[in-house]
Design a protein around this ligand. Structure first.
Ligand SMILES: NC(=O)c1ccc[n+]([C@@H]2O[C@H](COP(=O)([O-])OP(=O)(O)OC[C@H]3O[C@@H](n4cnc5c(N)ncnc54)[C@H](OP(=O)(O)O)[C@@H]3O)[C@@H](O)[C@H]2O)c1
Length: 297
């Protein structure tokens, strides 16, 4: 009788969760288990009783294992490995249509990409210390910004609302399951205050936003080393334009919206030689394709 693959998605994900404490900033490493692997809460009995090893190279981008693994488990190791080995990162992410839109003009973005991509989003949230969104996303989506589709702890929610446009009813100001911080423009008088929320004032230039170095140093002072910039397009674009992203996940869905909110939009360039051409890996997530861009190579 044919045996199924030994290494499941759950086991691969538990390996990813072990990496940060055991291999911070390691270019390569080996994790060893036994015939019975105590890596999961419930030890897993493998059909193949040989010692189990997981070996990674290139800072978690390439993995080999002693046992057979299913394609989805390999994907888990390769997609999240590079985030697991790094002690600090700022990752931008967007789910977009073929024509580069992240929502309709009215702000409907639920959902551009499919279930597998949503799980990816919840996994990277669970790996992050803080997750950032811009004010328009809170207005359009009233998001929860918590980890629900996988096990893991909620990151701190950081909302960029320089002009104090958000009202008190938003979920992120009412819910206590994660801390919420609002960054607002210095000297902006608010029509409403958000009692359950920490406010931090920063210098702000209308149309340009906060200075990226002040914004980054506030985040570091707060102790956030792993930061997910979750959207929308304006927010991720400003981080990218300022050279503040280490990696970028763009998931493209086979959908044409034809109008609506744009994903990335940067300053105009004249020649394609000035375009950003990062090292790129691609992963199929259901019907969607994830482009994982390393912006530091
Ligand atoms: N498909 C996806 O992956 C995805 C993800 C998230 C959101 N969305 C959708 O995207 C849409 C919203 O995106 P959006 O591009 O319109 O807006 P957004 O990025 O959510 O918010 C932009 C606003 O946030 C503030 N902001 C952002 N970066 C800042 C900075 N560096 N400094 C200071 N302030 C900053 C500014 O507020 P002020 O205007 O007050 O200055 C800016 O106009 C919604 O429809 C949402 O559903 C899609």
């Amino acid at each position: 009788m044919d045996r199924g693959p030994d290494i499941t998605v759950a086991l691969a994900w538990s390996i990813i969760n072990r990496i940060p404490s055991e291999f911070p900033e390691a270019e390569s490493g080996v994790l060893k288990g036994g015939g019975e692997v105590g890596l999961l809460r419930e030890p897993t009995r493998l059909d193949n009783p040989e010692p189990l090893t997981f070996e990674f190279q290139e800072y978690g981008e390439r993995w080999t294992t002693s046992h057979s693994l299913c394609a989805d488990a390999q994907k888990v190791l390769e997609i999240y490995g590079p985030l697991a080995v790094k002690e600090k990162w700022i990752l931008g992410q967007l789910g977009q249509s073929l024509d580069g839109r992240i929502a309709t003009e009215a702000g409907d973005s639920h959902y551009v990409t499919g279930d597998e991509d949503l799980i990816r989003l919840h996994r990277i949230r669970s790996m992050a210390d803080a997750v950032i969104v811009g004010a328009n996303t809170v207005i359009s989506d009233n998001p929860k910004m918590t980890v629900r589709m996988v096990e893991g702890s909620n990151p701190v929610r950081v909302i960029l609302d320089p002009q104090g446009r958000l009202d008190n009813d938003s979920f992120v100001f009412q819910d206590r399951s994660a801390k919420t911080i609002v960054l607002r423009g210095r000297g902006i008088s608010l029509s409403q205050s958000h009692p359950a929320v920490e406010m931090i004032d920063l210098d702000y230039v209308k149309g340009e936003g906060f200075g990226m170095s002040e914004l980054k140093s506030i985040l570091r002072q707060e102790g956030y080393k792993k930061i997910l910039v979750e959207g929308g397009g304006v927010t991720v674009s400003r981080f990218l334009q300022a050279g503040a992203l280490d990696r970028l996940h763009i998931t493209v869905a086979p959908m044409i919206i034809g109008s609506g909110r744009r994903g990335l939009e940067l300053s105009a360039i004249e020649s394609l030689s000035e375009a950003i051409k990062p090292k790129c890996r691609q992963f199929k997530l259901g019907n969607d394709v994830l482009f994982d861009l390393n912006l530091r190579i």
